[in-house]
Design a protein around this ligand. Sequence first.
Ligand code: HAM
Length: 413
Amino acid sequence: MKFQAPKGVSEYAPPRSNSFAWVRTTLEETISAAGYQLLELPIFEDTDLFGRIGASTDVVSKEMYTFEDRGGRSITLRPEGTVGALRAINEHGLDRGSLPAKVYYCGPFFRAERPQKGRYRQFYSIGIEAIGTHDAALDAEVIAIADAGFKKLGLTKYRLEMTSLGDAESRAAHRVDLVKYIAALTLDEETKERAKLNPLRLFDDKREEVRELMKNAPILLDYLSPESKANFEEVQRHLLAMGISFTINPRMVRGLDYYTGTTFEFVHELLGAQSGIGGGGRYDGLMGEIGGQDITGIGFGIGLDRALLAVEAEELEIPISFASDLFIIPIGEAAKSAALKYAAELRSNGFKVELAFGDRALKTSMKAADKSGARYSLVIGETEISSGVVEVKEMSSGATNSVRLDSLASALR
Ligand code: HAM
């Protein structure tokens, strides 16, 4: 029986895994440069916790990987990071220290979606959350951090779309008119049920006929309270002052129900149907919903799979090398022992060193050294051990240099 990976999982094998790791590290560095600290979260949690993402969402209604564990508890593989992060922040009392509490998390997430390029059932995401502070400058900074991450990856062919879902008062006023508008439409039962849970969902309907029906529907931006309007305008001013351009998309609906206030999405131009490389927003009532204090929060999630696809689509050069500095080819048992010792020493001095194994012909080992992409190689046998001198070969030019074995580190440097 030859096994294969389950359908729709994203998996990274060398050499592409190096690019994936670079994307992840680059984004992680951008995030920690703004003072966000790691929150390492469980992959599975109580199913009810994820229910707080919202009953009207596809994520909760059809895409959760839910099962009963051996103790009869209902467990779900995390489909996103925000509710788990809030649960942990509450559990560890991080929201009782200085605010905003700022955390990030990174790893696999699970949604039983129909797989296609850029849409996986197990995908990778990095996310941040800033909890407990209402400040338009914080909204702007959160957006700017995602933007800085994309720029650090070298991406240019993406845009930022934003809207505001306002405060409770704005949403209540809009909802009255939107529900009235929807009630007058001819819709199937399932869509009507969906609209009952969250009427905004109809803006997100992929069917052309529903889009047409929703064309003249009232838009939440027109119902913003003076405070919400001023807040959203301030967010925009901060972004412009940072040189971050955006478009306002008043019909944007995020796939999760918990958003309030500023919401945003980064869309890449070369990725086709799965073009959302990141998104997020503010969520005022969510912490209270999961049993915490009634405090606000804001954050984003960036899809690492899609960020890598975007890097590849823009044909960007990855600016670091994953190849080794030195490839050592030992001939004979005594040389193997010496090679192991020198390799370990060099590695502890910060060099990346590989060895040839398996007593293959010198020619085969040289080919392996070449294929590895290492910058230098050397052969070590009885002669070299007794003389204490090796010939170090620069792989790109073929030029060689005699180097004393005990001064390899300084020679490489
Ligand atoms: P989300 O937009 O559902 O937001 O997911 C974040 C990112 O994950 C998306 O922009 C996309 O790049 C990527 N993504 C989502 N689903 C898939 C999939 N099936 N395959 C590949 N990539 C995918 C959230 O999850 C929120 N928790 C973000 C957030 C944090 N909002 C506030 N704080």
